[in-house]
Design a protein around this ligand. Structure first.
Ligand SMILES: Cc1ncc(COP(=O)(O)O)c(C=O)c1O
Length: 245
């Protein structure tokens, strides 16, 4: 649920070092602003399955001229056949050439997804993600649930929330699933302490309000107290205040 300050870090990398700036945009590309050239990103790595809205299976990569020049001059062989960009370059320049069999079905799906994205328009798409994220965050505040990241760095594509006391992770997620909504657990040292809700890709405002409704019903069934509908009202107010602007 954290969005790193990619532009600011890129400025520092560019100013103080020759290092390649490698950025993981798996959870942001297509949902939040990512400016590869303006932000000095050398390698931007993403996946098809998140904000782009395609099933998992494609790695999306962009590579700067700085990296390509370095690779061209590199003499030490790389002991990694498929991971060597140099092996991919001929087929990137001319897709009719052979390096490995491409998953053509996935590439058609990607092409369709990109059409959907461009039809919506990038600015509109980012704004939709922002409004939905703001609505969800407002709902969590209204239910007195604490977000895991500092608000300043909260991502607009996924939100991670701490459980209140006495709410147990697997019981919460099973009850949510029974109500038709799948949420994810938190990972690593935070495992069991919170849940994550993905609100990325082609999601809409109805998706987020039904998720908040299910969270309220689930928490109430587990003995957590709050004013009925508080999260839903806060989310709806946020959505309506944005749409009236
Ligand atoms: C920021 C980020 N990077 C990497 C990954 C892992 O992606 P994959 O499952 O395609 O390896 C995820 C998955 O949630 C992610 O959110």
């Amino acid at each position: 649920g954290v969005a790193n300050p990619i532009r600011e870090v890129g400025e520092i990398v560019n100013k103080y070092s020759d290092a390649f700036y490698i950025v993981d945009t798996v959870c942001s590309l297509g949902g939040m602003e990512v400016r590869v050239d303006d932000w000095n990103i050398d390698i931007c790595a993403s996946g098809s399955q998140k904000c782009i809205g395609v099933p998992p299976g494609l790695a999306l990569l962009s590579v700067s001229d700085k990296v390509l020049n370095f690779l061209e001059k590199r003499e030490k062989p790389l002991n990694f056949w498929y991971g060597n960009f140099r092996n991919w370059l001929p087929v990137m320049k001319d897709p009719a050439r052979y390096f490995a069999t491409p998953p053509v079905n996935m590439i058609y799906a990607l092409s369709e997804a990109l059409k959907i994205i461009l039809d919506e328009g990038l600015e509109k798409r980012f704004r939709r993600h922002h409004i939905i994220a703001e609505a969800f965050r407002a709902a969590m505040d209204a239910l007195n649930l604490k977000l895991i990241p500092d608000r300043e760095f909260a991502a607009d594509t996924v939100t991670a929330v701490y459980y209140p006391e006495k709410v147990e992770d697997s019981a919460f997620r099973s009850e949510m699933k029974r109500r038709g909504i799948v949420v994810a657990s938190t990972l690593g040292p935070l495992k069991g302490k919170g849940f994550r809700v993905g609100h990325m890709g082609n999601v809409n405002q109805n998706d987020i309000t039904s998720t908040i409704g299910a969270i309220e019903a689930t928490l109430r069934s587990m003995g957590y107290h709050f004013k009925n509908g508080a999260g839903l009202i806060a989310a709806q107010e946020k959505i309506l205040s944005h749409s009236s602007r």
